[in-house]
Design a protein around this ligand. Structure first.
Ligand SMILES: Cc1cc2nc3c(=O)[nH]c(=O)nc-3n(C[C@H](O)[C@H](O)[C@H](O)COP(=O)(O)O)c2cc1C
Length: 267
């Protein structure tokens, strides 16, 4: 069990863990000690007990490391609203890339950020993969293009466009991006779609903060879902997928793209 119990040398019996645990797994025994018990194995490893213990007295293993940094309790100091708003309005889908590959240590930062994403019930059912071999990316692009070109509803929108794009790009589906990232879940629930969507968004925003560009690739997600041969080409197993391309952007923006405001009921 990853939560091992309490370090009694540190515990000051403030009872914050008792108030924090949504599954009531902390209690006080007859001796007035705090205890952790999970006989039904229902702890979902949300880690809030660890994050909220003022004395760092919760013992745990095999669930990563909790970090302390200034402003951990005031993230608005790290990124004030004005900054994040500008950052978000400057976020664009990038469809022109430099040829150079992104170094592994930079890509690792994107994957690290994705793994900060919340998932329903902290299930974390996702798995990750990256394709970086141009020939593999090209073959996948061709297969997705072919699938689109024979699918009513999509072929009318995309087939001619993609045929034209193939004259410019070797992998028109991926705009010749140097890498394709795939997030997969082995479960077939709708909630997995939400989980994956949030994970992909964390990755894309982290990539932007690293000077990288990305573009979501719904077409490949769809193709992986309807054609098992295409899924096989990616080497990824699963039932639900998130796909995005990533690389160094080769486009310049002079302003943000306009977005009309939606009416908000109740505000
Ligand atoms: C779920 C999702 C799937 C998308 N799939 C594709 C895709 O397959 N190909 C593509 O070129 N762009 C794709 N996009 C990018 C959208 O076209 C783009 O986000 C939108 O036009 C707004 O532009 P912006 O991201 O630059 O603000 C996708 C975006 C989302 C959110």
């Amino acid at each position: 069990m990853p939560i091992l119990g309490i370090n009694y040398e540190k515990c000051i019996i403030c009872r914050i863990c008792i108030k924090t645990c949504t599954r009531s797994l902390f209690d006080e025994n007859d001796k007035g000690e705090i205890i952790f018990a999970d006989p039904l194995n229902i702890c979902n490893l949300c880690g809030h007990c660890i994050a909220r213990c003022p004395e760092d007295a919760i013992l745990y293993e095999n669930i990563g490391q909790a970090n302390f940094f200034e402003s951990v309790n005031n993230p608005e100091i790290i990124v004030p609203y004005d900054h994040i708003y500008k950052f978000l309005t400057a976020h664009r889908s990038i469809r022109r890339y430099k040829k150079e590959k992104v170094p592994n240590d930079i890509l690792a930062k994107v994957f690290d950020a994705m793994q900060c994403a919340p998932t329903a019930r902290n299930m974390r059912t996702e798995s990750y993969a990256i394709l970086s071999v141009d020939e593999q990316i090209m073959a996948l692009s061709d297969a997705v293009q072919e699938e689109i070109s024979k699918t009513p509803g999509l072929k009318e929108i995309y087939a001619d466009r993609l045929t034209e794009a193939k004259k410019v790009f070797k992998s028109p589906i991926f705009f010749d991006a140097p890498h394709v990232i795939i997030v997969a879940s082995r479960f077939d629930n709708e909630i997995e779609v939400s989980n994956i969507g949030i994970i992909v968004t964390y990755g894309r925003l982290a990539a932007q903060a690293l000077g990288l560009g990305t573009c979501w690739n719904g077409l490949t997600q769809w193709a992986m879902g309807v054609n098992s041969e295409i899924k096989k080409m990616t080497g990824v197993r699963g039932k639900k997928f998130g796909v995005f391309i990533i690389g160094y952007p080769d486009m310049t923006f002079y302003r943000t793209a306009p977005r009309s405001k939606k009416p908000i009921k109740g505000l």
